[in-house]
Design a protein around this ligand. Sequence first.
Ligand SMILES: NC(=O)c1ccc[n+]([C@@H]2O[C@H](COP(=O)([O-])OP(=O)(O)OC[C@H]3O[C@@H](n4cnc5c(N)ncnc54)[C@H](OP(=O)(O)O)[C@@H]3O)[C@@H](O)[C@H]2O)c1
Length: 326
Amino acid sequence: MKALLCTAFGPIETLSVLEAPSPRPGPSQVLLDVKAASLNFPDILMVQGLYQVKPPLPFSPGVEMSGVIVEAGREVKGFRPGDKVIAFAGWGGFAEECAVDAERLTPLPGGMDFVTGAAFLYTHATSLHALKDRGGLRAGETLLVLGAAGGVGLAAVEIGKCMGARVIAAASSEAKLDLCRRKGADETVNYATGNLRERIREITGDTGVDVVYDPVGGPYTEAALRASAWRGRLLVVGFAAGGIPKIPANLALLKERSIVGVYWGESVRRDPESHLRNSRQLMEWFSAGKVTSAVSERVPLREAPAAMKRMAGREVRGKIVILPES
Ligand SMILES: NC(=O)c1ccc[n+]([C@@H]2O[C@H](COP(=O)([O-])OP(=O)(O)OC[C@H]3O[C@@H](n4cnc5c(N)ncnc54)[C@H](OP(=O)(O)O)[C@@H]3O)[C@@H](O)[C@H]2O)c1
């Protein structure tokens, strides 16, 4: 099979498409014919050895994919060859085939195609877990989303609207903010050209925002926390800007604010029932046309490294989907 292989942790340029042996599924795994895989920021961190998960070398990046089961291990229950599924494998999606633990599969719902499926669950389940389970976002509250035109950011915009919040989307270009408005954002802030904290004060008066969804980090985190309300909640989702912010603790004390960590993958492992409930909710919203993947580009496997470079360079809007068989 063809696979994008990482043979040593290092720069994206060192990745190449090679022939690799087909993986053999273990007793509790399935072998997947990968139809589509989405690009996510952790893929970029992982190949550089900068992510909390370090797969054994060599490996293919690609945390999430969709495809058809071609073989099922003897202990697998509930799935069989021919089933169409979404798989959160952790890595391995940028290849024609992938062996995946059956517990990491979700049936591809009717009405959802492979491209949409490959780019849906990871981002949306992360954002629903963050906003509902960790942030306690309530209808009528104000939500500020940083990096709002990125993968998890756009999902947070959509889900914030589904939960009845007033959503302020912050991003670094007008084209990105246009996309956020099309996804339902009520207000927008260009934090590359304007002052985030002042703009939030213009929008909310002296009140501030109730919840900050932060997948970006760097200098934006403190500005966003300072723009949050009495008992505001800062959701620490990721550090796409590279810098891990150091927050003065008095900002929490002065307005009884909470700084709350979000680690979706680990939360699924510890509380699979809650993940199942959230997945069902997301599929209901998808069927009702309230949420979907924001796929901006479909690229063949050989162009995956260039796509990863664009993501690292902050040039991507919404989601890029890799098509391993094209
Ligand atoms: N905690 C969890 O469970 C969890 C789950 C999934 C993902 N994550 C994390 O969430 C973050 C975002 O992931 P994603 O897949 O949504 O990525 P993405 O699509 O690339 O979005 C990240 C956004 O960050 C902004 N950004 C600001 N400075 C940047 C820089 N120097 N380089 C790149 N982007 C920059 C960009 O928006 P602007 O240009 O508009 O600023 C970009 O759209 C990552 O850190 C990822 O590891 C965490």
